[in-house]
Design a protein around this ligand. Sequence first.
Ligand code: SAM
Length: 224
Amino acid sequence: MKTPEHGMISARARDRMVRELLEKQGIDDPRVLAVMRDTLRHLFVEEALASRAYGDENLPIGDGQTLSQPYTVARMSQALMLDGREEILEIGTGSGYQTAILARLCHKVYTIERLPALADSARKRLRRLGYHNVVCRQGDGTLGWPEERRFDRVIITAGTPVTPENVIRQLAPFGLLVAPEGTLTVQTLVRIRREADGSLHRETLEPCRFVPLVGAQGWKEARS
Ligand code: SAM
């Protein structure tokens, strides 16, 4: 049973997470820090893992997938440079935690997850927690959002050999896309900006490590 004391412990743990894991590692966007402090990460993992929710680690979310460590979620959110008006395409819903963070920093999030069980539980969780500005889909995000449309921001939360062309096509002029590109074991976080003339400008941010983006324009599914 959750007691008021449990809430206090979680508040202290979130304060410590922001101070020790985010501010000390260079996260300085006040909106990102505030949302990371307010969002209950332990509600996005199994109850048995709740006590580890505010530590510096990835956590398993089922189906061999992981919820990224708090620093990575904050770093990617900050790299998107959000002012609250954006529509975001997210590829790799996972538990829905990063989706929840983005939902509080922008106008609307369109999120797609490949694995049906994760897509279903994230959709239910986000609805139950009151995130009404999120549209959830199940499918292969390497093909882009199924309807023809552009997004102000795009975030890919799984490692890809190269950012899929269909996804880049959906980035609006002046838009920013953040994705981990590289091998199956190690990637680099890149940020791609679409200029007014339609051309793309690429920046390398920092090394990172994600589970693979699996799909028609990503990695092939591993066979056992
Ligand atoms: N950001 C998520 C969170 O907060 O829980 C964690 C994302 S996890 C590191 C990567 C997710 O991308 C996994 O849930 C995986 O199933 C999903 N994924 C992999 N390939 C995909 C694809 N082609 N389309 C959509 N989702 C995909």
